[in-house]
Each structure stands twice: as C-alpha cells, then as structure tokens.
Design a protein around this ligand. Structure first.
Ligand code: PLP
Length: 457
C-alpha cells in the first residue's frame, strides 16, 4: 500500500489501542448535575452510592475532574480479544446512494454479545471482582447488555442475575439461552421474586414489563443480598467513560490517516455508545480546538431528547434508584407496544443531556419503518445485518449523505454501528411482511409521563 493511502478497513494494532479511558466531564464547563437521593433530594454521597454500586465505580461516577483514567491491565487483556474494532469505509453504500460524501462506520458487533456493551460489562465486572464481591445483578431489555454482562462474569468467575423485560424474555428465547450458556440466571420482569415486582404485578396485571421496572427489581435484589452489587449498561457517567474506548480508537485511526469527520452520528437509547463515540471529538470541541457536528438519533416513539423535559427524574419505575437530571419522558413512560426498534429507555445520559442542553450537539427522531428501510439497504450492500438500534444511526447517516448529493458537498460522515441484529428477526419479519407501523406519541401521551416527574427545587 502506498504511503498515506487509506485502507478500506482500518484495524489498529494492539499497541495503538488506548491505555486510558477519556472522561469528557473534565472538559465540560457546566458539569452534569449530581445524582440525588430519592428521599431527601440531597446529592448522593459516595457512601450511599456504595450500597448499590462497587466502590471504584462510584469514584468514576463522581469524578468530574480527571481527564484520563488508566484502563487496568486485565481489562486491556480482555479488550484485546475483540478490539480494536474495525473502522470501515462504506464504499458500497456511498456508491449505491450516489453521494459524494465519505461514510465511515465504527463496528462494535464483532463479539458474541453483538454490541458495544461488552466494553463496559467487562469493566464493571472487573471492579466487582476486585472488591471481592460474589456477584452482580442487572436488568436487560433487548438482551445485549445481559449477554455482555454474562460473558464478562463468566470470564471472571462472578455470579450474574439478570432481570429481563418480560416481552423480550418471551420474544427472544435465544437471547435468553445465550445468557444461560454463559452461566447467568435470567428472570422475566416484573416477577414475584421482589417486593417491587409483586407491587407492579398487582397494579398492572398482564404488563409486559419495562426497563425501568426491571431496574427496580435488580436494584432491590442487589441491596438486599450480601456480596452483590447492581450494575447498569447505559446512562451512567461511568458507562460513558468505559465506552470512550470506541471514540478514542476511532480518533487514533482517523488521525493516523489524516481523516477529519465533519459529522458524527450515533443512535441514542441511554446514550452510552454515542457518548463513547463522540468523547474525544467532543473534548476538542469543548476546548475550542476543533468543531464537529454531532447528531443523536432516537426513535420517534421514544423521543427523550427531541420531546422530553430536562429535569430530575427517577431512573426506574419503582422509584428506588437515585434521581438523575436528564432529558426524560418520565419514568412511567412506556413506548407503544408496536415499537420494535429498541432504544426504549425513558431517560438519557446526564452527560449527554447537559451537552445537548448547552448546544454542543443536535438530536433528531426517526420513525421505525424508515429505520428498517435503512437497515435493509445497508445489509444488502455492506454485508452486515445491523441491530435495529444501530440502524437509527444508519438512517441519519444515509440522510446526511443524500443531502450531500443535493448540495454536492463531499462531507466526511462517521457513525457508530453498535451491533448486529441476529436476535431481532421478529422485528425484521414484521417489517418484511408490511406489518410494521409507526406510532408517534401524542402530546397528551407524553403529558402523562411528565405528570409523574418528581418535584425537585
Ligand atoms: C444497548 C444498545 C444501544 C443503545 O444503548 P446506548 O446506551 O444508547 O448506546 C444501541 N445499539 C445496540 C446494539 C445496543 O445493544
């Protein structure tokens, strides 16, 4: 290859992998608001958080000052099994769209969990193990997080209890069995194994569950079982920190070949992949060293950024978790049952919420039939079957590339391809059979969610 020629697929070498995570909070002038105690509305202390989370993770959660945090060697060794992840130029897609834009994607689906979630799962499991804990509890919606955590726990010899949103537990039996293969116990939520689960079942018999409800159950089990802590796959500051490995690798690779993205796009559920992908680029933007357009893409049926309120809210339906200040639809919000595209959490990362609030990034909502159209088009030319979640970013990247076709601008677009969709074939089937519909919540629907926001002065 000629010097400086850009390869189709960039895999950096192991020693070009970052040895530190980047903490974007260190460069934020306005820091994300602290978590509040749901009873007293006072900022949570490290001691209080330590009842729920591992000690080292509490430190990371509260650290607004250290720009870099060393990645422990054991985690680096694990990362080496599937990282650096490829950064791919989507030549075929560009050609198909007839766009002058250059499209790159960072692909995180090259591991059994099929998503970026493993990056934080191994970190959280490592710190739990290091603290001498016996196990961890968590929730999972679509199942990628539960799978990632099961893999990490199996590797380190930790017990793993997963509360899986009931509708997914029933619709995705294979996902459940992958988790059990890795030794996790999987319980459909709401369940009768917890107080909060029994309460929700009594109030809403026949409910198919929600992430917020599964979180409440997992937290209850963690705080009431000695030697256990709770871990969460998105939203939290610590998770964005771990996911910064995505953006750091992308930046190292792009710098190496002299590529500068004009637009950076990611799907946003709780905000972890997007927060990770944009981290070092956002850092430059915050320090005034460079400028990038950054776009968060969310489902029109769960529009936390584009139609939510920036307010303190419960992270869970059971209202047992700390309050976080974030863009939220209210902890009681549950997307319409026909929503199949993932990204169904009611809130959003406090870090991204603050950055969005301060004008450092944009957000847009897309309808699921358009998302699956993009997924199919991408699958047919790029050879990867994308997760529905990731396909929100594909949709926006394609739309940006099509705009370039109109204006003739040869912009460089980078998007996060967070994972593969092999366990989402029921949703693909609906789409292929023409049975997928779009439901956009009305203002009245959203008002019901907002009515449940806690009053915090
Ligand atoms: C969980 C998940 C997401 C959304 O979560 P974020 O925290 O917003 O990144 C996106 N894509 C895939 C494949 C996922 O598994």
């Amino acid at each position: 290859m000629a010097k400086n020629e850009i390869p189709y697929k960039i895999y950096l070498s192991e020693n070009e992998m970052p040895a530190q995570w980047y903490n974007v909070r260190a460069d934020m002038k306005v820091k994300p608001a602290p978590l509040l105690n749901p009873g007293t509305h006072q900022p949570m202390t490290a001691e209080e958080l330590g009842g729920v989370f591992c000690e080292e993770l509490v430190k990371q959660e509260m650290d607004n000052d250290n720009r870099f945090i060393a990645i422990p060697q054991e985690i680096l060794d694990f990362y080496k099994m599937y990282r650096p992840s490829p950064l791919v130029r989507a030549y075929c897609l560009e050609k198909k769209l007839g766009t002058p834009a250059k499209i790159y994607y960072k692909f995180e689906g090259n591991n059994t969990s099929g998503s970026h979630k493993l990056n934080s799962a191994i970190a959280q499991a490592y710190y739990a193990k290091n603290q001498g804990l016996k196990g961890v509890t968590t929730e999972t919606g679509a199942g990628q997080w539960g799978t990632a955590l099961s893999m990490a726990c199996a590797y380190l010899g930790l017990d793993c209890k997963v509360y899986m949103v009931k509708v997914s537990y029933e619709q995705k039996p294979f996902r459940r069995e992958v988790m059990r293969t890795y030794g996790a116990s999987v319980t459909p939520s709401p369940s009768d194994t917890t107080n909060v689960g029994r309460k929700i079942l009594a109030e809403f018999p026949g409910t198919t569950g929600s992430l917020g409800c599964a979180i409440s159950e997992a937290v209850e089990v963690a705080v009431s079982t000695p030697g256990y802590r709770y871990v969460l796959g998105s939203v939290l500051n610590q998770v964005l920190l771990h996911q910064s490995v995505i953006g750091l690798e992308a930046k190292i690779a792009m710098d190496k070949y002299g590529i500068k993205p004009d637009v950076i796009i990611g799907c946003a559920g709780g905000g972890s992949n997007l927060g990770g992908l944009i981290a070092p680029f956002m850092g430059e933007k915050l320090r005034g060293e460079a400028d990038y357009r950054i776009i968060a893409v969310e489902p029109a049926s769960c529009p936390s950024f584009t139609r939510g309120k920036f307010a303190y809210d419960f992270c869970d339906t059971g209202m047992v978790c700390p309050l976080a200040k974030m863009y939220t639809l209210g902890s009681g919000f549950i997307p319409a049952p026909n929503h199949a595209g993932g990204l169904r959490y009611h809130g959003m990362s406090p870090v991204l919420s603050q950055l969005y609030h301060d004008g450092y990034m944009e957000a847009r909502a897309v309808e699921q039939t358009k998302v699956f159209q993009a997924a199919e088009e991408f699958a047919r030319c790029e050879g990867i079957l994308p997760a529905p979640e990731s396909s929100h970013a594909i949709r926006a990247a394609m739309d940006e590339a099509l705009k370039c076709k109109e204006t003739g601008e040869a912009k460089t677009i980078l998007f996060g391809l967070t994972g593969t969709g092999y366990f989402d074939m029921v949703a693909y089937e609906k789409f292929h059979d023409g049975k997928m519909t779009d439901y956009i919540p009305t203002d009245a629907d959203l008002e019901k969610g907002f009515a449940g926001l806690p009053k915090v002065d």
